[in-house]
Design a protein around this ligand. Sequence first.
Ligand SMILES: [Fe+2]
Length: 240
Amino acid sequence: MKIAVISDVHGNRLALEAVLDDIVRQGVDATFNLGDLVSGPLEPNWTADILMDLDIPTVRGNHERVLVDYPPDKLGPVDRFAQQQMEERHRIWINDLPPTLAMLDDIFLCHGTPTSDDEPWLDSWWQGRTVTTPDEATVAAKAEGFDYPVMLCGHTHVPRAVRLRDGRLIVNPGSVGLQMHHGSPDARYATIELRDGRYYPSFHVVPYDHFAAARQAEANGFPQWREALVTGWVGAEGLF
Ligand SMILES: [Fe+2]
């Protein structure tokens, strides 16, 4: 059994389509989505319509929470853009998404950590532009009480797989639509494959027309996203 894992699409329809094409070539049995679906100055509605049509297991990210719960004046400019673009069908769909999901008895889906959509798990990416790897105790503490062989998280946009001492696997597939910190504009996702009772994670790098995505951001009035989409080096500061 092979499962594709996508996360942090952030309204980047071009990147999403490239990743979905690549997933078809992988021949997976299912695809799971870890949230932060539409918040980006690109194509939130088109992205939402594609994801709604896919109808795959999806958890909400921190950006879905604010899009549904916050009034426009409490939102940052990117979330406000997405909220203004969204139509009623998108709001209803996003409002119904759960914060976490357990699939196939042994795979747990969350956006940040099992107990928070806003807390990073495998990286401490908010500290300037430096990606810092948290220590073992910090990572393991956030897994406490969640007895699943595989736990999937997003939020930091940095692809990483960690195996705890007790064998549990934590995988962050990276971001489909917004590369930060690691210096590549290419879209990211992961697959996990069950073979002989073990889950094998793999990371996938998908080139797409990131210059076209950057032009969309500029045309929508968000030039700061251009540098992020073109290089993949920018940190989260100033983007949202
Ligand atoms: Fe995100």
